[in-house]
Ligand binder design. Structure first.
Ligand SMILES: Nc1ncnc2c1ncn2[C@@H]1O[C@H](COP(=O)(O)OP(=O)(O)OP(=O)(O)O)[C@@H](O)[C@H]1O
Length: 608
């Protein structure tokens, strides 16, 4: 039956996922998700057998009840072999059947839930493995929320369908077919009468139901709009107040609420109509059939037992038709969900962790040759053009230039986060694409502008650079990174929790954790992105010392925002508008009065 999708206090009952039109193709696609159940097929088959048995025993109930009614009303109940049976014997058989039915149901649930739990675990695992190996551009083209809902709500729908929907579908279809056969056996005349009366009512009810679902969706959309107003304005409450728009926003919200109520009332008008239609149509139909049945009993063409059986089977049929209507929607969502899941699983991944990849040792010679680049999400914007430079192993270079010049992009390309649009990058003379991606990245360490700490202890966060590091190694790295001092001042030391649920570290402290991570990783090549936000001078000094320590004997590329920190580097590349506009040592560039670097220096000098 049509379940209205929501109430107006905001709880959305149906996940707002697009449904899939049922077609041969969508079925064929959707069924591919079944490959995840293959390892558990034995359990699945067992569950199906038990389900068949339990459905069959349910179907025997009305038959036995009819026999009881016959025996009670004095019609002798005779077995095919001519033996007549008593009420007690029928009741005993009934009790036995109920017992069996209980066991069958238990077994069915037990086996089907195992299949669904294991299958869903495998699907989630496959999805997660896929997520982390998808190339970076994928995450720029798709919202993270949309991606994570694949692993939560879509997989949830699949779980439902393996544990419930499939079984229900099977049961309802068999009940419907068997029910029709049974009523035909009881009385062909009455069955034909019933089948002419009910299906038109059911079809009408389904059309009605669809209309109501459409209206419920409209209400849902209207409500979503009101929620957007609340969220936006509360998040930007400072702006609302600064512009003294409290009244305006309240009016806007009220107007949106009125729309919601209007939509909800319309939807409920139809719902009311639907309920009275069901009462009048359905119960009217039942009265009609009962009237016909009564005349048949009176004419001696049916017994009371037959009538009871007939009525009960009819109820079964009615329930299964109604159930099938609801299942239709569930099958649609399941197909939609499995298609979206399979779509992600079919996405090409980065070539990481290739089988048979040889470990490589890198010297750290880097060369960029005429590198050109556009971001895949903005193909019309040339971010880098003709970038050519080289660094010998152990040298340090700095990239400077205005914001948006392309410095971070140059560095990211070395990690192969994106494909080049032109030119090539080599490491130790080999194009970077020829390396196994994991092997290449293993030798590159980064200290980003903004260090992301994962929820967990400081120990875990440092060990992110080398997951099997010993405590001794972690402490040593922390010392070299000038981080040990503040870590040991916490009562819980390395076990101090950081991240969302833990304490908040200062910018300088987080950077030093990032440096400790990189020290543990011990890479041949280092990419350092200086924080733009200035640290206090004490913290600055500690971070700088730690960076110097980290850079020793490694090829390093530094994205510098504060020019004071890069006087000692071997070469400075000045980037502007995606090109290298100047290069040389600090001394050389500082004396080129018309140069961009000299100007930047002057600017920073004036500012400080
Ligand atoms: N992921 C991305 N997708 C699309 N465009 C991007 C992306 N990242 C950066 N850009 C664009 O590429 C250009 C270069 O950005 P980049 O971050 O490399 O500059 P930057 O010199 O490092 O700047 P800053 O000093 O402010 O960090 C900018 O125009 C920016 O808008």
């Amino acid at each position: 039956m049509a379940r209205s999708g929501m109430n107006t206090s905001g709880a959305t009952l149906d996940p707002d996922v697009p449904k899939k039109k049922l077609s041969k193709e969508s079925f064929r696609q959707g069924l591919r998700i079944f490959r995840f159940t293959l390892p558990y097929r034995a359990k699945f088959v067992l569950g199906t057998v038990l389900l068949t048995l339990s459905s069959a025993s349910t179907m025997a109930f009305p038959w036995l009840i009819g026999k009881l009614a016959d025996a009670a009303s004095g019609n002798p109940v005779v077995l095919p072999n001519g033996m007549s049976v008593s009420i007690n014997q029928i009741a005993t058989a009934f009790a036995g059947l109920i017992l069996l039915q209980g066991l069958f149901s238990f077994g069915r649930i037990w086996f089907f839930t195992q299949v669904s739990e294991f299958t869903v675990r495998d699907i989630r695992q496959a999805l997660y493995r896929k997520f982390v190996t998808l190339p970076i551009p994928y995450f720029e083209k798709n919202r993270v929320g949309a991606i994570t809902s694949r692993i939560t709500s879509d997989v949830g729908i699949i779980q439902d369908s393996f544990s419930l929907t499939l079984a229900e579908l099977f049961r309802q279809v068999t009940t419907l077919l068997a029910g029709i056969v049974f009523i035909m056996v009881v009385s062909v005349k009455l069955s034909l009468f019933m089948l002419l009366t009910f299906p038109p009512i059911v079809v009408l009810a389904m059309v009605f139901g669809k209309k109501i679902r459409g209206l419920a969706k409209t209400t849902q959309d209207e409500l979503a709009k009101t929620n957007v107003i609340v969220e936006e304005t509360l998040q930007g409450i400072n702006t609302v107040k600064a512009f003294t728009n409290e009244q305006f926003e309240t009016q806007r919200y009220t107007a949106s609420l009125s729309n919601t109520v209007r939509a909800a009332l319309k939807s409920n008008l139809y719902r009311g109509g639907f309920v009275s239609f069901v009462i009048i149509g359905l119960f009217g139909g039942i009265v009609l059939v009962l009237w016909r049945a009564a005349t048949l009993v009176q004419a001696g063409q049916m017994t009371i037992g037959d009538l009871t059986q007939f009525a009960l089977y009819t109820m079964f049929i009615g329930a299964s038709v109604a159930g099938l209507g609801e299942l239709y929607g569930k099958v649609q969502s399941t197909l939609g969900a499995s298609e979206r899941i399979l779509e992600i699983l079919d996405e090409p991944t980065e070539p990481t962790h290739q089988p048979g990849a040889q470990p490589v040792q890198l010297q750290g010679n880097i060369a960029y040759e005429h590198v050109a680049f556009q971001y895949p999400t903005r193909p019309d914007l040339t971010v880098l053009q003709d970038i050519t430079f080289s660094i010998r192993a152990g040298e340090k270079i700095a990239l400077v230039g205005p914001s948006g010049a392309g410095k971070s992009t140059i560095v990211q390309l070395l990690m192969q986060f994106y494909e080049l649009s032109g030119g090539q990058i080599t490491v130790d003379g080999r194009p970077i694409q020829s390396y196994d991606l994991t092997e290449l990245r293993r030798h590159i360490g980064i200290v980003p502008q903004e260090t992301i700490l994962f929820g967990g202890s400081i120990r875990e966060n440092i060990a992110y650079g080398k997951t099997n590091a010993t405590d001794e190694e972690i402490m040593q790295a922390a010392r070299k990174a000038n981080a040990w001092q503040f870590i040991s001042s916490f009562p819980e030391g390395l076990d101090t929790l950081v991240g969302e649920r833990g304490i908040k570290l200062s910018g300088g402290q987080r950077q030093r954790i990032a440096i400790a991570r990189a020290i543990l990783k011990n890479p041949a090549i280092l990419l350092l992105d200086e924080a733009t936000s200035a640290l206090d001078s004490e913290s600055e000094k500690l971070v700088q010392q730690a960076m110097d320590e980290l850079m020793q004997h490694r090829t390093s590329i530094i994205i510098a925002h504060r020019l004071s920190t890069i006087r000692k580097v071997d070469k400075i590349l000045v980037i502007d508008g995606g090109r290298i506009v100047e290069q040389g040592t600090h001394e050389e560039l500082a004396h080129n009065d018309n140069g961009l670097y000299a100007n930047l220096l002057k600017l920073q000098f004036e500012m400080s």
